[in-house]
Design a protein around this ligand. Sequence first.
Ligand code: FMN
Length: 200
Amino acid sequence: MSFPRKLVVGVGGASGAPYAKRLLDHLAAIAPEIEVGVVFSKTARGIWAQEVGTDPRDLPFPVFGPRDFGAPFASGSAGWRHMIVVPASMGGLARIAHGISDDLLTRAADVVIKERGTLIVVPRETPFSEIHLENMLRLARAGAFVVPASPSFYARPTTIDELVDTLVARLLDRLGIENDLMERWGFASSRSEAPAEETL
Ligand SMILES: Cc1cc2nc3c(=O)[nH]c(=O)nc-3n(C[C@H](O)[C@H](O)[C@H](O)COP(=O)(O)O)c2cc1C
């Protein structure tokens, strides 16, 4: 997998807008050399307002709406080969999995798949239906990485930001962007009073 020169961050209409906000803040801080473009789905703006509350226009990157097909990453010719959809709704994921490019977010994902780039989708729903799981399998078979919005607790996060960062760290890892957003397994665990496996 190549290091991204250009990266699309698609914000879909699922709960989990704070994951996108933290990812974008960290990208601006630790990877300023990457050209980032942001696209919101139709529903995502309202969810962002509810869960994050800031104005998307204040983000440190250009922000596009669902009908902005003039965005460079709407075409394969512009050379955008990396995309993260975070969070991904089941509706948006289904449309990507079936090649239904009816807004800029799904079109950008379609472009990355057809150009055999790196597509990372971060689905958020519970429980998953058989249809959701089949669509995720379809995307994985098309070469996408399905990275569920499943934060971890072994680094003992004490704030929501720290908890969110346990997922964001894994997204940056997937792109090959070095980060120290979370304490990695093997540091805290070797120092902790956690019982040895055989005593559990
Ligand atoms: C407040 C709110 C929260 C939602 N949360 C989820 C969710 O967590 N997962 C999901 O699959 N859909 C969720 N939905 C439904 C999707 O937004 C809806 O199906 C939408 O059409 C998905 O398409 P989009 O991602 O292109 O916006 C939510 C909708 C609203 C209004």
